[in-house]
Design a protein around this ligand. Structure first.
Ligand code: NDP
Length: 246
């Protein structure tokens, strides 16, 4: 089965990496099912993909609500008859030292970045098992690989997901499930727009990102590479950074 035969659900498809991934996979013939909270953006993307001859559907998904992930999976089954891949991409970031005690931000990151992925697994795994095949792709981060100050909780959430997927992989050696963790470095998206409250710091981070960050399509291509492997090949971990990133 190549990309053009697959049905692929993507969380966080309303902007950045998720949006670029939806566009890229749809252009290669996959049927894509898009989830996020900003449905106006999802609807526009579905129209754009359909106008280009592609196949897409969308559903409002807040990944903190387990039922919304079930609705995403159900949409794939109703509309396209199966689900081959779930891309758990939705994520948020809050940057700052632990001593800032951004308790709300910590909780939000755990809810979206960790529990959001768990809710996706809970919704998709029974379908993958029933079908006898399925692929779980998560977007983690190089922040979890190179530990730096001011990203403790964000990096921790990404490493929690990395751990989760590796454990799931070892539990699933019957050939039904493939798991992939994609670790991007800096990517030019909206992620940092809500990462800090200080407008000056935010602007500096946005400038750095604009200068150094990858185009989200680079990550979309990496995700497509993992998805496009034959059934007996599993890309476990894939890191993708701007060449000039330290
Ligand atoms: P964006 O902010 O552009 O996209 C984040 C996406 O997540 C949006 O579509 C947003 O949709 C969605 N999202 C956020 N909260 C929720 C929620 N509660 N329920 C459903 N969807 C949600 O950032 P990126 O594209 O950069 O982020 C995508 C992933 O890539 C994240 O997991 C991020 O951590 C990771 N990443 C990004 C890097 C970067 O440099 N940009 C580097 C490494 C990893 P909506 O608001 O409409 O719900």
């Amino acid at each position: 089965m190549t990309i053009q035969d697959k049905v692929i659900a993507i969380t966080g498809a309303s902007s950045g990496i998720g949006e670029a991934t939806a566009r890229h996979l749809a252009a290669r013939g996959a049927a894509v099912v898009l989830g996020a909270r900003r449905t106006d953006r999802l609807d526009r993307l579905v129209e754009e993909i359909a106008a280009a001859g592609g196949r897409a559907a969308a559903v409002r998904v807040d990944v903190t609500a387990p039922g919304d992930l079930r609705a995403l999976v159900d949409r794939a089954l109703e509309r396209f008859g199966r689900l081959d891949v779930l891309v758990g991409n939705a994520g948020i970031s809050r940057v700052g030292p632990v001593a800032d005690l951004d308790v709300e931000g910590w909780s939000a990151m755990v809810d979206v970045n960790v529990k959001g992925v768990l809710h996706g697994i809970a919704a998709a795994l029974p379908v993958f098992r029933r079908q006898g095949t399925g692929h779980l792709v998560t977007v983690v981060s190089t922040s979890g690989l190179k530990i730096v100050p001011a990203q403790a909780v964000y990096a921790g959430t990404k490493n929690a997901v990395r751990t989760l997927l590796e454990s799931l992989r070892q539990e699933s050696t019957d050939g039904v499930l493939r798991t992939t963790s994609i670790s991007p470095g800096y990517v030019r998206t909206e992620l940092i727009d809500s990462a800090v409250d200080d407008p000056g710091l935010r602007e500096r981070m946005q400038q750095d990102m604009a200068e150094l960050g990858l185009d989200p399509d680079a990550v979309a291509r990496a995700i497509a590479f993992a998805i496009d492997q034959p059934e007996d090949v599993e890309i476990g971990d894939l890191t993708i950074r701007p060449t000039r990133q330290g």
